[in-house]
Design a protein around this ligand. Structure first.
Ligand SMILES: *[C@@H]1O[C@H](CO)[C@@H](O)[C@H](O)[C@H]1NC(C)=O
Ligand SMILES: *[C@@H]1O[C@H](CO)[C@@H](O)[C@H](O)[C@H]1NC(C)=O
Ligand SMILES: *[C@@H]1O[C@H](CO)[C@@H](O)[C@H](O)[C@H]1NC(C)=O
Ligand SMILES: *[C@@H]1O[C@H](CO)[C@@H](O)[C@H](O)[C@H]1NC(C)=O
Ligand SMILES: *[C@@H]1O[C@H](CO)[C@@H](O)[C@H](O)[C@H]1NC(C)=O
Ligand SMILES: *[C@@H]1O[C@H](CO)[C@@H](O)[C@H](O)[C@H]1NC(C)=O
Length: 607
């Protein structure tokens, strides 16, 4: 090479530029990392090789593929940041029976930098898995025109970066989770599903477009819509919405497009109704409206288009209107606005009270009495002591392996059989797995620190959310007593318990004692208390749901009483310790654990 001193300033500059270009280009225009590329190819396989991805092969430079309407992606620093795949098949097309929405989203969570994801018209089917929320950087999620079914996972409300959520044209059902925490969301389209019966009552104030048409929403239009001063488009058409025509919608400050057609809205407009300055499209056709149209909606104009046929309106072309009796009959069926409940009962820890509250006051006496009889038969009065901790209770069972009577065995096996449906098999976890799940027991994962131990929330690599309870033992136990102990732990699995999924035992340094990690289910839908009192934030439990919760609690207690001999009593039953899962199944948490055999005094936590 020529020594630098022999070069002219110009060539030196050229060299320098060249050097700069060479050294910077890999970092600015890097292709996907090998692991991300592999994941993309796996996605192609999971989606059963849609024609949109036909250009994808292991030799592709993914980040440089030319975008097309059916497939585009973008990358940054070797990671996938946006992905859009659209099929062009007919709506009856579904992927084969080996497709798994769970595997799909597990794979997608390997793209943690994704901010935009569209998987449209690809024949995807199955439930929307709750792990979806782990794509926490998503601003746009479009899963339109597939066959997703079941309910929308409540975890979705933690995806606070979301600006647009499009789940239209699927088969989603059930009530909507609380989407209020999605404070950045501007576009929400859930049209063409089976959602209902209740309309959501809290909304992010940044909503610009809210499309809930073609669902099964009953109820009346929530007054809370009044606060949406950025709302431009509202489509509630083709539901079963009842109640009086909500006149405030017409004068929302930003409203441009308002479709309330094909519902059961009744009543007359006030003549003095005012229309928002930006209003350009109104459709109130096919309702049960009576009286005259308000002045500002009386005729089409160059900037306002109005549709109103199929009502009982006066002063308009009668050919397109029903007779008055049609609307009156229908209006009688309109449902009264729901009575808002005000539950301000104080905190309590008595099972009877829990059941009483859950049951409500009306007409439940017989059922409650019966359940109380079943549930309380075996509870000793002292077991209601709120401060009862395992370590201080002489009445706690030690593990017993003595043979049971045939009746007990029958009783047990039935309870166990009902109990463990749907849980992963009990197993021993490795410390590495738990470290991975909690990011090395990062303080951010610590949920609670109490005398019962430290509680961490974690994400297992299989995609499930788990709770890890860490208990330090200050003394050594024999291998045999540990085996007995874990053997009993492995039985604490029941539909109405926060069940134990497995454990991990780590011996301390210098034989100084051990740590037991109990891995349990993570139950995410709040406490029973919150479902009965936080009526502003969530829907109140309905009568059948309360009964189901009561029966569930009773079953859980019965299980604890019979799972070991003697049973596990006490169990710290408070309304806060009953958790509900996504299907509103009641689960007892914080119940007592069987004591370790040969237990002696120790100062740390439970044992
Ligand atoms: C459309 O469906 C066919 C199978 O019927 C499939 O081979 C093709 O990949 C699908 N196209 C898209 C874009 O998903
Ligand atoms: C579907 O899209 C693929 C490209 O993605 C195209 O080759 C094919 O012709 C399209 N089929 C139909 C029926 O539009
Ligand atoms: C979502 O996908 C549908 C179907 O391709 C499309 O019409 C719609 O514009 C998309 N929405 C957004 C916000 O990307
Ligand atoms: C929702 O759909 C699933 C099947 O996809 C069904 O099992 C469930 O009962 C439905 N739930 C409601 C509330 O309709
Ligand atoms: C506005 O125009 C449409 C289409 O021409 C018509 O169906 C509708 O009845 C008109 N609305 C009013 C209020 O005249
Ligand atoms: C509930 O009722 C109590 C008194 O009965 C009242 O003080 C409280 O403000 C009410 N709460 C709500 C949210 O209405």
């Amino acid at each position: 090479m020529i020594p630098p001193s022999k070069l002219s300033p110009f060539t030196m500059l050229l060299h320098l530029l060249l050097l700069l270009l060479i050294s910077t280009s890999p970092s600015t225009s890097q292709d996907l990392s090998p692991s991300q590329s592999k994941t993309l190819l796996r996605l192609q396989r999971l989606l059963e090789f849609p024609s949109a991805l036909s250009s994808l092969s292991s030799s592709s430079s993914f980040c440089y593929l030319p975008p097309s309407p059916s497939f585009s992606l973008s990358c940054s620093s070797g990671r996938l940041t946006s992905l859009s795949i659209s099929g062009n098949n007919t709506s009856s097309f579904t992927l084969s029976s080996s497709f798994s929405s769970d595997s799909l989203f597990t794979t997608l969570t390997r793209f943690p930098s994704l901010t935009s994801l569209s998987l449209v018209s690809l024949g995807l089917w199955g439930p929307l898995p709750s792990k979806l929320h782990r794509l926490s950087n998503l601003k746009l999620l479009n899963l339109s025109s597939n066959h997703f079914s079941g309910s929308i996972p409540p975890q979705l409300s933690t995806m606070t970066s979301l600006q647009a959520l499009i789940l239209s044209h699927n088969s989603l059902n059930g009530t909507l989770p609380d989407l209020h925490p999605l404070s950045s969301i501007t576009d929400l389209d859930l049209s063409n599903n089976l959602l209902g019966p209740d309309l959501p009552t809290s909304f992010s104030s940044n909503l610009v477009s809210l499309i809930l048409s073609k669902n099964h929403f009953h109820a009346s239009i929530p007054l809370q819509l009044q606060s949406l001063d950025k709302l431009q488009k509202l489509d509630l058409s083709s539901n079963l919405i009842t109640g009086k025509i909500p006149t405030f919608l017409f004068s929302l400050p930003a409203i441009q497009y308002l479709d309330l057609s094909s519902n059961g809205l009744a009543g007359a407009f006030p003549v003095s109704l005012s229309c928002g300055a930006a209003l350009g499209y109104v459709d109130v056709s096919n309702n049960l409206l009576t009286g005259a149209m308000p002045l500002c909606l009386r005729s089409n104009s160059s900037n306002l288009f109005v549709l109103n046929s199929g009502n009982c309106l006066t002063g308009v072309n009668p050919k397109n209107q029903h007779s008055g009796s049609y609307c009156n009959q229908g209006a009688l069926a309109a449902i009264l606005p729901p009575v808002e409940k005000n539950n301000t009962e104080s905190k309590n820890n008595h099972l009877g009270l829990i059941l009483g509250i859950v049951g409500g006051i009306i007409g439940g006496g017989m059922v409650i009495g019966l359940l109380l009889f079943v549930a309380l038969r075996k509870i000793k009065p002292k077991s209601f002591d709120k401060n009862l901790l395992p370590k201080s209770s002489p009445g706690l069972p030690t593990i017993q392996v003595s043979p049971r009577t045939p009746a007990e065995t029958r009783h047990m096996s039935q309870a166990v059989r009902i109990g463990t449906i749907g849980l992963m098999p009990y197993r021993v976890f490795s410390l590495e797995e738990l470290e991975e799940a909690t990011n090395d027991f990062d303080p951010g994962h610590l949920i609670e620190e109490s005398p019962q131990g430290k509680f961490y929330k974690g994400w297992h690599r299989d995609g499930s959310t788990i709770m890890i309870r860490c208990i330090k033992l200050k003394q050594k136990y024999s291998a045999q007593s540990l085996v007995q102990f874990t053997d009993t732990l492995s039985k604490l699995r029941h539909r109405h318990l926060v069940s134990i999924l497995g454990h991990c035992i780590v011996s301390g340094q210098d034989n100084a004692g051990m740590t037991i990690f109990l891995v349990t289910e993570y139950v995410s839908n709040g406490t029973l208390r919150s479902h009965l009192t936080e009526w502003r934030k969530r829907e109140m439990l309905k009568w059948p749901q309360r009964i189901a919760a009561v029966i569930g609690i009773a079953r859980g207690i019965q299980f604890l009483h019979t799972v070991t001999v003697p049973g596990i009593f006490g169990n710290n039953l408070t309304i806060e310790n009953i958790l509900l899962d996504e299907t509103l199944t009641a689960k007892i948490s914080n119940y007592n654990l069987p004591a370790l055999p040969k237990n002696k005094n120790n100062k740390c936590g439970t044992w």
